[in-house]
Ligand binder design. Sequence first.
Ligand code: RB5
Length: 143
Amino acid sequence: MNIIFASDHAGYRMKLELIPFVEDMGHTVFDIGCHDESSMDYPDVAYPFAEAIGKGEYDRGIVICGTGIGVSMCANRVKGVRCAHCADPLSARLTRQHNDANAIALGGRIIGIELAKEIVKEFLTTDFAGGRHQRRVDKIENR
Ligand code: RB5
């Protein structure tokens, strides 16, 4: 799959560690920034990240800030984006099965890198369950 990554300065280091992990899983990664640890405003990367997903330019997205909260708030304002703020692997699996999440938001200052890798692994390997969940996802999108 084509995977878009974005982070602010607080998520930058985690992003750098996750990119080779995702590439090793066989995916193609696009990192739209930020590109160093200089302080910046997370909406400036979270909106371009989400707009690209909303337009269908990428299969999935991973966005990281200090808590994961600010970037998820931005991402979920963009039509077509279903971004789950995840801090555990089960939530990552269930948001794929039930919500067909096309993005996850991680807190680079909240969780460790090994936990983040487990979350990302579930996010990228779990299929949407469809069925009754498709009706519910349609209700998210057709509001
Ligand atoms: C940056 O200090 C921090 O506010 C940001 O990374 C994020 O946690 C916001 O939700």
